[in-house]
Design a protein around this ligand. Structure first.
Ligand SMILES: Nc1ncnc2c1ncn2[C@@H]1O[C@H](COP(=O)(O)OP(=O)(O)OP(=O)(O)O)[C@@H](O)[C@H]1O
Length: 248
């Protein structure tokens, strides 16, 4: 279980996250917010990549930022950042295997894990392709494959569908559903259509606070017309417009 407790963060003197708490046990939780709301900051904190100013993050009671438990916690979680770098000459299989090895698997274990992950994301046939020859959608699938090599209990995906065409987006959404079957997936997005398709729960981050946390039907029920096709989007806009300006 992922437990984000009383987390706050600031850059310089600018407060970005105000004392936030979120627990997730299963399924897909979507973190929603406008550009600059702090989604990537919170996901980096949840994923062990950015120590928060205050508060704690635990995975199955292992604290991500305590030296004693960090290794245990990091083994249970994985993050797919918005952008990732790679050497273009790397072959797809080599790259995923290399990341798995860097995450602590033996070379043999890394090879098996890379094969399984590439199978899951439908890229086995591109195992020998150079990373530099892949399309944006395929790169996103490689990013997902490297994130799941260690079979993490908690998978964090920062804007997994950004920059993809509609077909690629649908493919990545299907994949997210597949990989979320037996783990917690916390993802960020500002594309409501993606959220409606993959997530069971939406958490809206606005001006440093969670201003909504509930199921998609609960979110839609807040729209002026809860039966409208764009009800989730309408509810999101209504909620953020009704949030007072001077929170931070
Ligand atoms: N390293 C940093 N140093 C200073 N300010 C930062 C840093 N990273 C992010 N910020 C600022 O913090 C705020 C939140 O940024 P963050 O990237 O977390 O938001 P976001 O919701 O993920 O945005 P987007 O949807 O555009 O990716 C923004 O105003 C951003 O400019």
């Amino acid at each position: 279980m992922l437990d984000i407790r009383d987390v706050s963060h600031e850059y310089g003197k600018r407060n970005v996250l105000n004392t936030l708490s979120l627990k997730a046990t299963t399924g897909v939780v979507a973190l929603v917010g406008v550009n600059g709301a702090g989604k990537s900051t919170l996901l980096s904190i949840a994923g062990g990549a950015l120590k928060p100013k205050n508060g704690r993050v635990t995975v199955d009671d292992a604290d991500v930022y305590r030296i004693k438990s960090r290794r245990t916690a990091l083994r249970k979680l994985s993050i797919m950042p918005q952008r990732f770098s790679f050497l273009p000459r790397f072959r797809v299989g080599e790259f995923v295997e290399y990341i798995a090895y860097m995450k602590g698997l033996s070379w043999k274990g890394a090879r098996t894990a890379a094969d399984q992950s590439l199978e899951l994301v439908g890229l086995q046939s591109r195992k020998m392709s150079r990373m530099g020859s892949l399309s944006g959608g395929m790169l996103r699938r490689v990013a997902l494959a490297q994130a799941i090599t260690t079979k993490p209990e908690v998978l964090i995906l920062d804007e997994p569908t950004t920059g993809l065409d509609p077909e690629q987006r649908a493919g990545v959404r299907d994949l997210i559903k597949t990989v979320s079957a037996d783990r917690v997936v916390l993802l960020s997005s500002h594309v409501m259509e993606d959220i409606e398709t993959v997530a069971e729960r939406a958490v809206i981050l606005h001006r440093g606070d969670f201003v909504f946390d509930g199921t998609l039907p609960q979110l839609k029920s807040l729209a002026p017309d809860s039966e409208a096709p764009d009800a989730a989007e309408a509810a999101f806009l209504k909620i953020i417009k009704s949030t007072p300006e001077a929170v931070q």
